[in-house]
Design a protein around this ligand. Structure first.
Ligand code: T3D
Length: 256
């Protein structure tokens, strides 16, 4: 992980295995996400992959079962490994940008979709590879994908495993933006840097409200908005934002 001013870049770095996730990477990811969450000076996170892939999901070499051998405990792997990572990203009270630099497959798609802004290079593709190995989509894919792309498209991706290119993913609403390969780094970094100067606490509250809004009734959500707004209105960034507006100058937010 590298820190750049107010934001950090986390690079999935097993390019020879298309950044597939093994136990060590899972542990390192958990550690890095906890560090980002706990560090007040990091106000935005950018996640990307090294080499030609973003992430090919679970490392299948770790899952080879010898004939007659014992099946791995995938429920445990998800509960203890993947699910906490996905929830950490989705619930982190600071913005997370994802730069999908190449193919994303299996839990690699889920990981991207847990982020708040997903850029993808034009040459990238999204593969719900789970059914290709006899599994169901996991790590939040069945939650994120139908909400973003709609049920018919999500179902087709999940039940056929056919790749979806980045341009189509953007048209379907699965991702924020498809950009030229040569512009991926610059565009995603520019947004991360901009978000690092944003009113972080308010952005965290927005994330929370949007997640809760998936479950709440309108009256409940109105009440939750009032609660969060009450807190936001006591923040120093609100006072600064209003002052800056009235003084016709850019706001200098501290994130609080
Ligand atoms: O297990 C649990 O804990 C439950 C959680 C599960 C979450 C999951 O993610 S399950 C889904 C696992 N992922 C997959 O099924 C994807 C498997 N990979 C692919 O389908 C393809 O590799 C890709 C579509 C991602 C890319 O295809 P392509 O043609 O561009 O590359 P390739 O030639 O298939 O792969 C290049 C190398 O990466 C190759 O190694 P080699 O021959 O050069 O030494 C290939 O074996 C390796 N690789 C790709 N994906 C994985 C992998 N090695 C281990 N695990 C992988 N997932």
């Amino acid at each position: 992980m590298e820190q750049n001013g107010g934001w950090a870049r986390l690079t999935l770095n097993r390019p020879g295995k298309l950044n597939s996730v093994n136990a060590q990477m899972r542990a390192e990811l958990a550690e890095a996400l906890a560090a980002v969450d706990g560090e007040e000076n990091i106000r935005a996170l950018l996640i990307t992959g090294a080499g030609r892939a973003f992430c090919a999901g679970q490392d299948l070499q770790e899952r080879e079962i010898a004939p007659g051998g014992e099946a791995p405990d995938l429920r445990r792997s998800l509960r203890e490994g993947y699910n906490p990572l996905i929830w950490k990203i989705a619930s982190m009270p600071k913005p997370v940008v994802c730069a999908v630099n190449g193919v994303a497959a299996g839990a690699g798609v889920s990981l991207a979709m847990a982020c708040d802004f997903v850029f993808a290079a034009e040459s990238a593709r999204f593969v719900m590879a789970f059914c290709g190995i006899g599994l169901v989509p996991d790590s939040g894919a069945t939650w994120f994908l139908p909400r973003a792309a709609g049920l018919p498209r999500a179902r087709a991706m999940m039940m056929t495993g056919e790749p979806v290119d980045a341009k189509t993913a953007a048209q379907w609403g699965m991702i924020y933006r498809c950009v030229a390969d040569g512009e991926l780094a610059e565009q995603s970094e520019t947004l991360a840097a901009k978000l690092a100067r944003a009113p972080t606490s308010a952005l965290g509250r927005i994330k929370r409200l949007l997640i809760e809004g998936e479950e709440n009734s309108l009256p409940r959500q109105l009440e939750r908005e009032a609660e969060e707004q009450g807190e936001a209105g006591r923040g120093s960034d609100y006072a600064e934002g209003v002052r800056a507006f009235l003084e016709r100058r850019p706001a200098d937010f501290t994130g609080r």
